[in-house]
Design a binder for this molecule. Structure first.
Ligand code: MTE
Length: 303
């Protein structure tokens, strides 16, 4: 992952939450206005429990400063090239240690689910961060429907492979498809989100449309985009960045200011739009919620 200095943004470019909340629409189509209001109120309530109240990163920065190597390695490439990706129809193959494997249409999977609003910090391993208002469904709620068996100790994810629409895949930048994985308890944790939108709209392609993972206490590379495959496994699954450089990118990848990346420090981060750096918080500020998942583990070894 390459480093580029972030560009400062004006405060006027940051959309206040009240404005984007008004713009919010639901991924369930054809919903009555009254029902929409009731659900919107529920969403507001849901937003409070896990969301940060920090200032949001502007939609411009969220959609123009991206990591999505399937579209190129520069931060601007996804915003330029991802528009050409066809994201509908979309299906997800579910396999491995579960009672209901199969090929699921995304619309059917999400239709029955209650979409929640979550404002999360996203901390990239490259030491920059953003605050993003996501819409999505807790991953655990979706995984439960597939009936994971007792052999399911991990969940592995894969991104779409479609070089015709993903120019980065025509080159050997990474070993495609992009792969990620979580331990089952991490996947079932209520903070872990399958995001379908941000800033009240469907997910922009460069942010991982139509569905991506968001694991806010881990470095951004765990949050795999444009998912087409979910597999329940007994053993720890191989993951893209760990395979690329195991000494730099671990399987756990929990945000940890005490463990430096071999080529740079993780003690501080630059919030995109800020001039000065700020200290990085253990587990990206979500320690109270998730530190217990790693009780007894040496987080220097399991980085
Ligand atoms: N998912 C895929 N398929 N390909 C990628 O290159 N980059 C990761 C992650 N998910 C990546 C991916 C990295 S390094 C980060 S920091 C986040 O996506 C960035 O998400 P954003 O562009 O929405 O901010």
């Amino acid at each position: 992952m390459l480093i580029k200095k972030p560009v400062a943004i004006k405060a006027s470019e940051i959309t206040p939450k009240a404005i984007y909340l008004k713009r919010r629409r639901f991924i369930q189509g054809g919903m009555g206005a009254a029902l929409a209001t009731v659900l919107q109120n529920n969403l507001m309530a849901a937003a409070n429990s896990y969301s940060t109240t920090e200032e949001l990163t502007s939609i411009k920065d969220i959609t123009r400063y991206n990591n999505f190597y399937e579209f190129g390695t520069s931060k601007g490439a996804p915003g330029i090239h991802a528009g050409a990706l066809t994201t509908h129809p979309w299906s997800i193959t579910v396999s491995g240690a579960c009672e209901h494997p199969g090929n699921y249409d995304l619309d059917d999977l999400i239709k029955a689910a209650e979409v929640e609003e979550r404002i999360y910090r996203l901390r990239c391993v490259e030491a920059w961060s953003m605050v993003i208002p996501w819409q999505g469904v807790p991953l655990g709620k979706i995984l439960k429907r597939f009936g994971p068996t007792s052999k399911a100790r991990y969940v592995a994810f894969r991104t779409l492979v479609r070089p015709a629409e993903m120019p980065g895949q025509r080159r050997n930048i990474l070993d495609w498809p992009y792969r990620e994985g979580l331990r089952m308890d991490e996947a079932m944790h209520p903070l872990t989100l399958l995001a379908t939108g941000l800033y009240g709209k469907d997910l922009p392609n460069q942010n991982g449309a139509p569905i991506r993972l968001v694991v806010p206490w881990k470095y951004g590379f765990k949050s795999i985009k444009s998912i087409v495959s979910i597999e329940f496994t007994e053993n720890e699954p191989p993951t893209t960045w760990n395979q690329k450089g195991a000494d730099e990118y671990g399987f756990y990848a929990n945000v940890n200011p005490a463990v430096d990346h071999p080529r740079w420090s993780q003690k501080k981060e630059r919030r995109i739009g800020d001039i000065f750096k700020r200290p990085t918080l253990p587990f990206n500020g979500y320690a109270e919620e998730v530190a217990s998942l790693y009780a007894g583990m040496d987080l220097r070894k399991h980085y």
